[in-house]
Design a protein around this ligand. Structure first.
Ligand code: BGC
Length: 505
């Protein structure tokens, strides 16, 4: 098989079956999502546990228990927010390093590094005796998440045949949601174990990391990554086993062609920024993640217990409601697993934007009307709010959640894929950081207006999905430029032949 064979664009799907190996590899890799999700879910519960607050944030503890404290402001504390958000800063820096590792050492090794960082973080957190240890642990967890979130979606998108790529990639989000749910349940029980329940909560994060670390010993590297790193024979073999057919010649040639182009690009980051034909993917991949966070989802994921306590539900009822939202999040993700390769990406995004907009506006209206500074919201309205929040979470779970990861992992050509995906991952982390860091202060300042703030973002992102986002359903990953971008009513203008030649840096 000569490396110089250059195939024309196939213009369609390559032959492939959904093999057990691909399903298994995708599921194992998706354990990276479990690490991420567990951490998202655990933080909110732990930061509302009295034992934890007493040990590390005594002033927040006092403020929380002071009689007649302002409803909207009782948890507002920069240090407490730093506990939640420090992880995301570390993750941004590390996903940049991870983009290099993905290219140099492969997707599989990068996932193993993720598991190792994460484990160190878990040990530091569970054994913390002071704030420094706690934050150092969060930073290592952040490194684990940066490496994992960079490598896992890329791994799945490359290993999956085009016609099943969406559903398999959504397994990553599925495990994120299961992680969040498990964390909520764990918090529910450990909050009753005094005084060290929070240590169990934080220590539990070790399990997904161990699963990912051990599981990754069983998986194959993606054919693309093997061929890209000069292991053509192995890559061809991996392609045959992952596609479950012998006739992989065309796809192999397509990957070889992509790697040939990729080899000419010495500085993928520079190329991404300088070359006009990289801009559409860069813009769409990055903005999708920004939008994902500005749906306001993590206000609910991190602070659901805090939010529900703010509304006057007791500590137990609050954690329990977080379990309910967590379950709905997981179950609704199944709609995306089975629907994304059938309905396409855009339909899901647009439908869900409408659903999420309605629920955000209604929650905002109820809280404006009924939650004043010191009262508890009347119980029926509290439950209605929980219901509306569930409707919101449902919409997110089958759209902006999974597709925020899937689409950026499939739209870049190989030469800029890890670098481009880095921008997507890091904008997710930066926006998560901003929201985690700012939410409690925003809640204190904007009060119920915060829900209208997120509603306005949903209008913008819905319009983006309608007008600017191309459909990528079923398109082979190495043919996106030909089949998607160059044919899009708006983005095609970035692909003039003279631009292709420009800035081959
Ligand atoms: C997002 C997280 C969010 C989670 C909720 C993920 O896709 O990146 O920030 O907490 O979905 O399910």
């Amino acid at each position: 098989m000569a490396n110089h064979i250059v195939a024309p664009s196939s213009g369609g799907n390559f032959p492939a079956k959904l093999t057990k190996q691909v399903v298994l590899c995708s599921l194992i890799a998706a354990f990276g999502g479990l690490m991420f999700g567990y951490d998202i879910g655990i933080s909110g519960g732990v930061t509302s546990m009295d034992d934890f607050l007493l040990e590390f944030f005594p002033s927040v503890y006092e403020k929380k228990h002071r009689a007649k404290e302002n409803n909207y402001c009782k948890y507002d504390n920069q240090l407490l927010q730093l506990f939640t958000s420090s992880l995301y800063l570390a993750a941004v820096v590390c996903s940049w390093a991870a983009a290099f590792c993905c290219k140099r050492f492969g997707r599989k090794r990068t996932m193993q590094m993720a598991a190792a960082f994460f484990l160190v973080g878990v040990v530091l957190n569970a054994a913390s005796v002071n704030l420094y240890m706690l934050i150092a642990g969060r930073i290592c967890l952040g490194a684990g998440i940066g490496f994992g979130n960079q490598a896992v979606p890329l791994f799945i998108s490359e290993i999956a045949p085009a016609q099943y790529r969406g559903g398999l990639n959504v397994c990553f989000q599925m495990l994120i949601t299961i992680g969040i749910l498990i964390a909520n349940v764990v918090n529910y029980f450990t909050s009753k174990i005094h005084p060290y329940g929070w240590r169990i909560s934080l220590g539990g994060a070790g399990f997904p990391a161990i699963f990912l670390g051990l599981g990754s010993l069983l998986i194959v590297e993606t054919p693309t990554s093997l061929i890209e790193r000069g292991k053509a024979e192995e890559g061809l073999k991996a392609l045959k086993t992952t596609r479950g057919v012998e006739d992989v010649q065309k796809e192999y040639e397509e990957i070889v062609k992509a790697t040939e182009t990729a080899k000419k690009i010495k500085h993928p980051f520079r190329n991404l920024i300088m070359k006009r034909s990289s801009w559409p993917q860069l813009f769409c991949g990055t903005i999708l993640q920004v939008f994902q966070q500005f749906t306001g989802i993590n206000v609910i994921m991190f602070y659901a217990p805090v939010l529900f306590q703010t509304m006057g539900l007791g500590a137990d009822a609050s954690l329990l409601s977080a379990v309910v939202t967590g379950s709905i999040n997981s179950v609704s993700t199944l709609v995306a697993v089975f629907g994304v390769d059938k309905f396409g990406r855009r339909k899901l995004l647009i439908q869900a934007a409408v659903q999420m907009l309605i629920s955000q506006v209604l929650v905002g209206a109820i809280l404006t009307q009924h939650l004043k500074t010191t009262n508890a919201i009347p119980l029926p309205y509290a439950y209605l709010t929980v219901f509306l929040i569930c409707v919101f979470v449902m919409g997110f779970a089958w759209s902006w959640g999974p597709l925020g990861w899937l689409i950026p992992s499939e739209i870049f050509p190989l030469e800029t894929r890890p670098a481009g995906f880095f921008f997507a991952v890091s904008s997710n982390m930066i926006c998560t950081f901003i929201i985690a860091q700012a939410f409690l202060t925003m809640l204190c300042q904007m009060r119920s207006g915060i829900f209208f703030f997120f509603a306005a973002w949903i209008v913008v992102m819905g319009s983006f999905a309608v007008f600017l986002l191309p459909e990528t359903k079923g398109v082979p990953i190495d043919e996106m430029n030909e089949q998607v971008w160059k044919k899009h009513w708006f983005w095609h203008r970035f692909f003039k032949p003279e631009d292709e030649e420009q800035a081959k840096c």
